[in-house]
Design a protein around this ligand. Sequence first.
Ligand code: MN
Length: 198
Amino acid sequence: MKQYQLMPLPYAAEALEPVISRATIGFHHGKHLAAYVSNLNALLPGTAWEGLTLEETVCQATGGVLNNAGQVLNHELYFGQFAPPRADNMPAGTLAEALVRDFGSVEAFMAEFRQQGLTLFGSGWVWLSADSTGKLVITQEAAAANPIQRGLHPLLTFDVWEHAYYLDYQNRRADHLAALWQIVDWEAVGRRMAGGRQ
Ligand code: MN
């Protein structure tokens, strides 16, 4: 039976500093995500969801399998969308045009996304997704939920579980969210908008 593997990071563990420290990456990827992968592999055998893709599992499973599969998918999208910091890091091309079309401006999109991340109560994720018509939407998802569960195609996500930022920012979630714009790999987000998962 298929065993899920811990995704390799597409950058060095210190590459996102100072926005996300090497220590946070070490715990978040090397401990938290690794535990979700391990839990999923332990829980799946013998269930009705063996043999499904990760996305299908997130849409169909329940209980512990759903929680761990959701966290694996969410974190693969999260860690796959970053690149070393750039102060002038902004989207371009088709992606920028779609953000202007649906939010008024790139800056308005960023302000709304950050606000949704800031006001999400408890542990969860804020997402930018495309709906079935290609319109871009922001949603808050609690715990391990993913927008594919409501028929959306996820493009970008910020993890607002405290384990994502507490070592570096303690309670300052707003500062963490503001800093993340420096490390978003907009080309990766654009590839997702064009239809790919990564
Ligand atoms: Mn996380």
